[in-house]
Design a protein around this ligand. Structure first.
Ligand code: FAD
Length: 296
């Protein structure tokens, strides 16, 4: 590792000033779980590290406009343990719980994870399905980016993620996240899928559906064609299977030690169908055929 300057700002304003001063020569460091590895491998060689550890007010979890606002430096562990998150958006707590091990979750932060933008991460599919946004800010102002539009280089060098905002679920909605991990329980996913379904008042028809997948492309992917198959349609096992088939067409995985591209594509369809069925649990009694297919 090459020598670097280490700054420990106490306020967001100081962070923004440091980022403005050093530009692309600086790197923010939050949990350090990704950055330190990249520095050791000499993939990044910052002249200055700006620590977020002492910055006041960046690790709050609070109710906002009916949804939940989570500070950029909040740890994964804090999200999974938050009574507010568990009560209002249990899927969010559950998803962050799926990340790696408790040691990693005690360090890794919400903003660090999103900024790192590894397509194999767990939170992005759930955040996309829930319609979450991130707030990026710099000395020149702030902007809101839907997680759906987030990719590795979307942040400017002088920007910091200050907040993740997750809106509340609409009435008659169910949500699910599934992580397919055939190797070990603390691995990255071979395929992951998240689904949020909203039913009409009769609870017989899908009024809205959002589906997203992880580990099957260069970013997390929203499966819009799969959603379109279900929107406005009655709840039927065949429709869930058809949405799974459409999701397969949306993904573009690579072959690696977690599985071949063909296998991951196949699993993408299976896990979208299962995530939809799980999201429907508690809202409706699933058609028998859907439950049966799910036991495969
Ligand atoms: C062994 C291991 C296993 C893992 N397994 C999984 C897994 O299964 N699923 C999963 O989802 N994740 C997993 N992770 C975690 C994940 O991939 C990242 O390491 C983690 O989310 C990064 O968070 P951090 O706070 O440590 O970021 P850091 O390492 O501190 O920073 C990462 C990047 O984000 C930038 N950054 C940090 N904070 C901000 C901010 N607020 N605004 C803008 N930029 C910022 C940094 O400059 C750096 O470029 C694993 C990590 C490890 C080490």
């Amino acid at each position: 590792m090459q020598a670097f300057e280490y700054r420990t700002p106490k306020t967001l304003k100081e962070v923004q000033q440091d980022l403005k001063q050093f530009g692309s020569d600086a790197k923010l460091i939050a949990g350090g779980t990704a950055l330190v590895i990249m520095m050791r491998q000499r993939l990044v060689r910052p002249a200055c590290l700006i620590s977020l550890r002492s910055v006041r007010g960046l690790d709050r979890i609070a109710e906002k406009n009916g949804g939940i606002a989570i500070g950029g430096a909040t740890t994964h562990r804090a999200v999974e343990s938050s009574a507010l998150v568990k009560r209002r958006l249990p899927l969010l707590a559950e998803t962050y719980h799926h990340v790696a091990t408790v040691r990693v979750r005690n360090m890794a932060t919400v903003g660090g994870g999103l900024a790192h933008a590894d397509p194999n991460q767990d939170p992005p599919p759930t955040l996309i399905a829930l319609g979450a946004t991130v707030k990026a800010s710099s000395a020149d102002g702030s902007r809101t980016i839907p997680v759906e539009d987030y990719y590795e280089t979307v942040l400017k060098p002088d920007e910091i993620i200050t907040e993740l905002y997750v809106p509340r679920l609409a009435a008659n909605s169910g949500a699910a996240f599934l992580k397919f991990l055939p190797r070990t329980a603390d691995d990255y996913a071979t395929v992951s899928a998240a689904a949020v379904v909203t039913l009409d008042k009769s609870k017989k028809t899908f009024s809205d559906v959002r589906i997203a997948l992880g580990s099957v492309g260069t970013t997390a992917i929203r499966a819009r064609d799969a959603e379109a198959v279900l929107r406005g349609q009655p709840i039927k096992a065949e429709a869930l299977a058809e949405a799974g088939e459409k999701a397969k067409q949306a993904v573009d995985p690579i072959s690696d030690f977690r599985g071949s591209a063909a296998y991951k594509k196949e699993m993408a369809g299976v896990f979208v169908r299962r995530a939809l069925a799980k999201a429907l649990e508690g809202l409706v009694r699933l058609p028998k055929a859907a439950a049966k297919k799910d036991r495969r």
